[in-house]
Structures are given as C-alpha cells and as structure tokens.
Write a protein that binds this ligand. Structure first.
Ligand code: SF4
Ligand code: SF4
Length: 433
C-alpha cells in the first residue's frame, strides 16, 4: 500500500526560466555499452574505424535492450573499460575522437498512417530509453502485455533542482503532444494525460491551451509534493488505483512516459533522429548560474562544464541526477549517459559523514511503500541480496526519502539501488542457465 505523507523538500528550481542551450560537438565521447535496463551491448566497431554520428556502435539480439549509436562523427580510438556513473564499476566502452565531419545518419522519416509495430520498431532502431533515470527500453514499454487505458506523460519533475522536463514542456510542446499520440497508438490507450505539478503554472497553461481541441488528451494538475513523480504515487493520485507489489503500471492499465522520451520519440518517427543528444540541468548551490543544456551522449562531465559553468564556491560533491535519486561521482571523468538528467555541484556544508544506524525507524515510517530501507542496506553491505529482496528492494522506486530523513546520514537509497542491480543480474544469469 502506498502511504502518503506531507513531504516538501526545498525545490531549488534555479534554472526553471533558463532556455535550453545547445553545446558544440565535443572533441571526444566515451560511449558506455550499458546505458539502459537490460542486456549489455556488444561493440560492433573496432579500434581505428571511422564512424558517423547516428551509426550503431553497440548492439545485441536481446529483447530488453536499446542499441548504442555514436553521438559524434570521428575515429574509434579504443574499446576499453570505463567507470560507469550509475553502476559504480567499470564497463566496456567505445572512445571516439571527433574528426570534424558533421554528417549524421538519419532513419527514413515516417508519416501517418503509422502502425503500432512501426512505432515500436522505430523506438528500438533509435535506441530510445526512458530518460528519467531507470532508462528502460522504450520499445519494450510500448509493447504492453495487458490492455492499457491511460498513457500518461510524467511532467511532475518533483526532484529538487532539476528543470529539464519543465523547459522541454515549454519549448517543445508540439513534439511532446505528438509523442503522446504515438505512445497512445502503440499501446492502444484511448486516454492520454500530461501530468504536471502545480508549481509549473506556465507549462500547465500552455499545454491546456494546446490540447483544448483534442478530445482524448488532457492536462492533469498534480499537487506539488515529494515523490509525486514516482510512477506508482502518480498513478494512485490520478486514477486512484495502486500498482500491486512487484507489479508494473500496466497491471492497472497504465503506461507512463518521461517528457523527453516522448519528444525523442516524435523526432525518431517524423525526423528519423536516433538518440544521440539529451537535455540536462546543471545546478547546485556551488554554481553561479544554473542552466539547461543539450549535450551529446558520451561527453565527459569535465568537458561539459569547461568554459560553461562558473563556481561560486568550491564544491564537495558532484551528483549525477537529482539530490534525492541521483548518484554521487568521485571524478569529472565520467560520461553523460542516456539516463542522466542533471549535474549538481553541491557545497560541503550540505553533507555529513554517515554514522551507524541508531534504529530510529524514520526510514521505514517515511517510505511511501513501508519498505525496510535500513535492513535492505545492512543486507546489501553483507552481500545478502536475497534478504535485501525479502525486505522489499525490488519494490523500491528510488524516491530517496529514506536517505533524506535518516539522522545517521546513511545513503540508504544507494544501497537499495545496488541491491536492485545485483538482483537483476542474478535474474538474468538464472534465466540464461
Ligand atoms: S527510496 Fe527509500 S523511501 Fe523511497 S521507496 Fe525506496 S526504500 Fe522507500
Ligand atoms: S532512518 Fe537511518 S538511523 Fe533511523 S533506522 Fe533508518 S537507517 Fe537507521
């Protein structure tokens, strides 16, 4: 059962009025072979090869998978391990250095009438994944095994600091609505909703006006509170049904898509663009000016901020993603991947070292799913993933509330994520054997 608490972390949406800016082609990108939930890609090019932007460089015959495309034109310098910013370990990658060629490979644009299979195929060909964090392959989500009544665009963006979805809704509303229509077509949903928290009045007003003449799409205004953007919480708020434990939104007839993913789907279908660039927010209390930028996948964080970001103070922590659900990074030499939503540079005053658990129970009381984060963390530390699963690791939607309220500053959600990753690997291994 989802429990609702009044929980309002500070919003810090410093970049909500900053239009998206495009960054120039980077000199180098590192394309990790695992940028999505599912099977790892195998490199399809060799060191020394010349590649063009949009060319497939990592592929797999697996179903739960999304191909990796080169985000720049250039020369493959190496195929070697690189540190993965979300998995916390090294992973195969392809390093490409730009050669000045500005060509780009595009797929053939489609026009209506379009079939659901064509939408799914295009989503896969374009390498689309959910851009909100978990990076689940879009073509799989668009092939539900149960009847779907609602297709919902998740424009809640309840995570502090991040403003990508807000800016995308304001700057690309036609593409967003078009993407929702494609999603509705693919999953057979009769009703489309764009769900937005009530702190984004400009986006709400704009989209209400734009769907006024559309009978099957509506804007749904959500109350601003955390974690309103977590799929299961949002679905309960909108249709009053709870996704069952261990279940998916499709179990209650719903498919939820991220804002940027819907926009990328429109670009893939009607412009033939594959997924090689994405919008991120750069913010935090250590930067002078928070911004929203469109970056090439695989570009190093160091190269993104170079000559772009001025620091007001020395930062002690870089977080990839938001402060509640993101991942701390130890270096700027990590690449932007498909699920990256932001880069936060935060001052030291914001953090304290983790202490021992004092068994206060706040993490349990504040978990919307009443999971046992303290026990998930302690068992993950011991490597006992089956016990982590027993205490609810797989059900966690990674809202980060448990970490936020923990008086001992234990990064509980980090341990939950590690447990989920390890459990997924165990499942994949056992299904192969
Ligand atoms: S992140 Fe923590 S609070 Fe949120 S669902 Fe998971 S265990 Fe519960
Ligand atoms: S909130 Fe922190 S200190 Fe309290 S029980 Fe949970 S892990 Fe332990």
């Amino acid at each position: 059962m989802i429990l609702e608490h009044e929980f309002y972390p500070p919003e810090f949406k410093y970049s909500s009025k900053k239009p998206i800016i495009n960054l120039p082609i980077p000199k180098r990108v590192v394309m990790l072979m695992q940028q999505h939930t599912g099977a790892q890609a195998q490199p399809t090019v060799k060191a020394g090869a010349t590649v063009i932007k949009g060319q497939v460089i990592g592929d797999s015959p697996s179903y739960i998978f999304a191909p990796i495309h080169s985000s720049i034109s250039g020369i493959v310098k190496s195929i070697s391990p690189w540190f993965h910013p979300m998995l916390g370990r090294e992973m195969a990658s392809i390093t490409i250095e730009a050669n000045g060629n500005t060509d780009e490979i595009l797929l053939s644009p489609l026009n209506y009438p379009i079939t659901p299979d064509e939408v799914r195929l295009r989503a896969r060909e374009a390498g689309l994944v959910g851009q909100g964090g978990a990076a689940f392959p879009t073509h799989v989500k668009l092939n539900p095994t149960k009847p779907i009544e609602y297709a919902i665009i998740n424009g809640a963006e309840c995570e502090p600091f991040l403003t990508v979805d807000h800016r995308q809704m304001l700057e690309n509303p036609e593409k967003l609505i078009s993407g929702l229509k494609l999603i509705m077509l693919a999953v057979g949903a009769k009703k489309g909703l764009i769900a937005i928290e009530d702190n984004k009045k400009d986006a709400i007003n704009l989209l209400i006006e734009m769907v006024r003449q559309t009978s099957d799409i509506r804007v749904f205004v959500l109350p601003s509170k955390y974690p309103q953007g977590a799929e299961k919480v949002m679905i309960k708020t909108i249709i009053g049904k709870e996704v069952p434990r261990g279940g998916l939104p499709l179990d209650v007839g719903v498919v939820v898509s991220n804002v940027s993913t819907a926009i990328s789907l429109t670009e893939a279908v009607f412009e033939g663009k594959v997924f090689t660039e994405k919008v991120i927010t750069i913010s935090g209390d250590a930067v002078n000016e928070a911004i929203n930028v469109k970056v090439h996948l695989g570009v190093m964080v160091k190269d993104v901020i170079n000559n772009l970001v001025e620091f007001s103070d020395s930062y002690s922590r870089l977080i990839m993603g938001g402060p509640m659900t993101g991942f701390s990074q130890a270096t700027l030499e990590v690449p932007i991947i498909k699920g990256t939503s932001g880069l936060l540079f935060l001052k030291k005053t914001r953090f304290q070292e983790a202490a021992d658990c004092i068994r206060c129970g706040r993490c349990v009381l504040n978990c919307p799913l009443r999971l046992m984060p303290a026990y998930i963390a302690s068992n993950t530390k011991l490597g006992d993933y089956s016990m982590a699963e027993f205490y609810g690791a797989s059900d966690c939607f990674e809202c980060g509330k448990c970490s936020y309220v923990c008086p001992a500053n234990i990064p509980l959600v980090h341990y939950v994520k590690v447990a989920k990753t390890e459990l997924f690997k165990i499942k994949m291994t056992s299904s192969k054997s």
